[in-house]
Design a protein around this ligand. Sequence first.
Ligand code: SF4
Length: 274
Amino acid sequence: MGTRFDIACGRLPETVLDLNFADAHPGLSHEQAALEADRCFYCYDAPCVEACPTGIDIPRFIKAIASDNLAGASRTILQSNILGGSCARVCPTEILCEQKCVHTAIEANHAVRIGALQRFATDWQMNQSAHPFQRGESTGRRVAVVGAGPAGLACAHRLAMRGHDVTIFDRHEAPGGLNQYGVAAYKLADNFAQKEIDFLMSIGGIRFQGGAVLGQTLTLAGLRESYHAVFLGIGLSGVRALGFENEGVEGVLDAVAFIETLRSSTLSDVPVGR
Ligand code: SF4
């Protein structure tokens, strides 16, 4: 197959691979963030917030950055979206919050760099030793979360915060789902997905069990018997098919499966075509 389709490993030297897979958009410096935050008008009916799928109070966190209150900024982001750090890196902000920013209505102007500011604030938080939220008093209630992707992790964090004991089950050996296995490495460089999971789970009260597959090693009925509640965060694992005949032919992978291979291997060991 390798000869017929010319699919081979090690096509690029390590130095080029390192460059190609380095952080696509490195973070802002303190000065850049302060200047960018000062551009925000802190709109009352902020259209950027309307466009944010997680409803983050954007003018509030930007105002906190402008006042050099980074704890307040990151808390504002993370209380709406505990995965605000990875969203700052992977969200298509140019068609969401930034597209709606009122600056874009001014000729020759550009949107406030909301994603970059969000990354600046959440990166600051990641470098602090203390978790910004406290785990509540134990309720004695146990919750099973099926799926350790963004939905399952966010759900588990909020439940743990409210004092419940959470077990997350996932078919993979490590938690993270799409963030860990399905996002291109140059968007979440330096093992950021794992750092964010460690941060999220440091609130306490969350256990992870990998290699658990609903319908095979787990059943919904069994979980309902053993836990007070069950959350199914099984995600959208299917990808859009091309609709070609024989698209499952050897050597053809969908993007998410290919990224999973990239994320789980030494890059030079991944066979690719020309
Ligand atoms: S729309 Fe733009 S200027 Fe207005 S609050 Fe949002 S980021 Fe700031």
